[in-house]
Design a protein around this ligand. Sequence first.
Ligand code: ANZ
Length: 954
Amino acid sequence: MKYNPNEIEARWQKYWAENGTFHAENNSEKPKYYVLDMFPYPSGAGLHVGHPLGYIASDIYARFKRHQGFNVLHPQGYDSFGLPAEQYAIQTGQHPDKTTKENIARYREQLDKIGFSFDWSREVRTSSPEYYKWTQWIFIQLFNSWYDKDADEARDIRTLVLEFEENGNEKVNAVADDAIPTFSAKEWKSYSKEEQERILLKYRLTFLAETEVNWCPALGTVLANDEIVNGVSERGGHPVIRKKMTQWSMRISAYAERLLSGLETIDWTESLKESQRNWIGKSVGASVTFKVKDSQFERNAVDYILSGDETNNHVIEVFTTRPDTIFGVTFMTLAPEHDLVAKITTPEQKKAVEAYVEATSKRSERDRMADVKTISGVFTGAYAEHPFTKEAIPVWIGDYVLAGYGTGAVMAVPCGDERDYAFAKHFNIPIKNIFGGVDISEEAYASKDNVVIDNSDFLNGLDYKQATKKAIEALEELGQGKGKVNYRLRDAVFSRQRYWGEPFPVYYVNGLPQMIETQHLPVRLPEVEKYLPTEDGQPPLGNASEWAWDTKNAKVVSNELIDDVTVFPLELNTMPGWAGSSWYWLRYMDAHNEEEFVSEEAQNYWQNVDLYIGGSEHATGHLLYSRFWNKFLKDRGFVNQEEPFKKLINQGMILGMSALVYRISGTNTYVSKNIKNNYETEGLHIDISLVNASDEIDIEQLKKWQPQFQDAEFVTENGKFFVGREVEKMSKSKYNVVNPDHICEEYGADTLRLYEMFLGPLEQAKPWNTAGITGVFGFLKKLWKLYFDDSGLIVNSNPASPEALKTLHKTIKKVQEDIENFSFNTSVSSFMIAVNELTAMNCHERSILEPLAVLISPYAPHIAEELWERLGHKESISAVPFPRFNPEYLIENNKEYPVSFNGKMRFTINLPLDLTVKEIENIVMADERTIKQLDGKTPNKIIIVPGKIINLVG
Ligand code: ANZ
């Protein structure tokens, strides 16, 4: 009987689906284990062999855990809202829902062929209304919450309203917008409903605010920081500019500290934790306020109230990590976008300042951060007052100061900060030396002529720590500063000007957002004629004719009915790509619940994800947002775990092996690889399927592949034409994509699974090299032959030999350890060694081959099921207990002794370990080889250490 993977695999995939073999129970006596994959975005291109790598690893682990007696939840779904489907819709006019469903069907077919043990009964799709109903629901919960710093958790907004009614906002310690005026209970009650709503908006965890956004004109949408790579959009590589827009934002900054400290409680790689730490960017320092001298202009009343400053003067608040350097301040710099710029600039400087502001708006934040060489800035004409010396300090604007960080303003200390130093040198601003524990850059020291020594510093003689403390105390005394912790983490913009995303459950009354009541969810995405922004620059939902909320009848109605009395316009933005993925692991726990996003019982049982496997590109996007939402849901009592993902592993990328042909520049002649250096050439990618195992191609086939090769000339090497190979990212445009379907057809899914693991350590990047796959296929055939010969099953019930038991048990030990350490590649080698050894022993004993089948089943589940069934079992192998390692079988009974003569090893002799010294001596002395070595002499001494050595000294 031959090993026929195609037949076996199709049969078992059908069996698993029909029997619901991998359906997880929500009520089970068994302990739970939750294994999650980052769910795929179903793109039009389908899966290539790189995509399933992480899925295979998690599947091995999930199967292993089932063998260990766990009730395993291993779900899968689709992150199916997103830009590519929308762009395809713009190009072809096809509804993204249609193309998305087609892509999903294709993905499912491909995934099914690989034999994953997914519980498909719990599938989720972020773009389905049954799912996004709950994404909208979570959004509403965020809107109805505020962050109480004293309690250090999110709370119901109604508790805040109660506090306002009782005590006003004086005692409220919230994470909220800056510059909220203080009001009493009486004042609160005197405000109109609208005024109250406007104030509450400043406290809500999701809020509308005018923010600086990354606007991508080519895509017609706002992008998140993590959607921009090297200053251009990650998708499409289009330029990104800064622009002010009214947007929904998520107050993730409220969770900065918890997101940071929570990292200590989870089992993630240090590098991943480090990227989150850097992204959160905690800085400890102080906030210091500088009064602006002789403010030129009357401020309007609103500014006056908001600033809370009674002197009727502007103040510049800065964030500094070095309050100890305050005596070295010789100028201040505001970000060009800073609100004060327009207010304090003198008439003489107005033109120059405006021109500069205009010029910097074209540069992205990233550009500005990355560019340390270009020094640019303009003097505003205004001066601030030094808190201690009362000296006048010129106020500049410069684009090295970022609007979105700290307060968007710095106290510039050229002798302490390199950027301030360069700025001062460039504009010839004085540089002051200061005493105290400040490191002055060497360059600053070298330019002594510029340095003015200040002797009035009360921080003299103190070290950095003492000086910092003292400076903060002195500032507090003046009422001009306090200690402050600052985070780089920005509130996350949550609006997108796109069609294919979750609609907000929001309508507007007098410009103020109102939530649709949760019982009317989902608010379904409307139909539109065009997926592009409208002519007057509205997002695509502006094209919908039925996009108004009828509050009386609680339904979406035609825009024509808008009367701003009972029918109101709906929000035109949609939610970003990360909305649906920020809570999906919770939905899998209870995927069909129509009453709740997840029930308490399901939550109590499944808790959180035990093992999460996915790509490292999500380090600061998805993985931060998910932790944020989870913590929020925990605060509000909807879930019971603080962290969503206990353990996380990033799989490395599988790279493609591109094939290149070399064209002599400016001609239509191609040269074989090894002679290309004789010419000036350029490389062109060709389809890797045209290349054989020796990197050779058939020129006739190449000519047929693409017309540009039809009339080309080819310079061969002795009639052969070789291509160059390069390791690159797998991509359609490089013709280096390997489709897992083809591997499954040719060798079977079990070979694909084993081979993907065999390629190397899970977490490393590695090139795909199809050449090695036949070896893995050969291994499975050899495994098969332990059980069958041409006529059928050859398994017997004879007792197993000690050698066979030893092979089995060392493999059990190794494989279990490997799986527990996620070292899947080394397991595959162990299987190969075991099968080779058992083949050499001619082992066909049931007591060896049954456990062997279980051992290999997480890796190669189809063949394992088949063997198990043919061994006479009725139940699936998937829940059979994992073989137990018994150390006794590894104990050595014999020893291969080295026998030395005068210290030189001459031969070895295999003896039982339980012999006495005398018995060993007798056997050795009688051995022919000893007699020959001694050549008639008698040794003076015979040294025998049992289990170790035999040495004859003569
Ligand atoms: C005075 C000073 C003296 C500073 C000195 C540094 C060294 P991190 O650690 O990254 O938080 N800064 C503050 N806000 C800024 C902004 N919006 N754009 C650019 N720079 C800004 O850095 C905090 C330091 O970066 C602050 O401390 C401030 O400069 C600057 F010897 O204040 B420092």
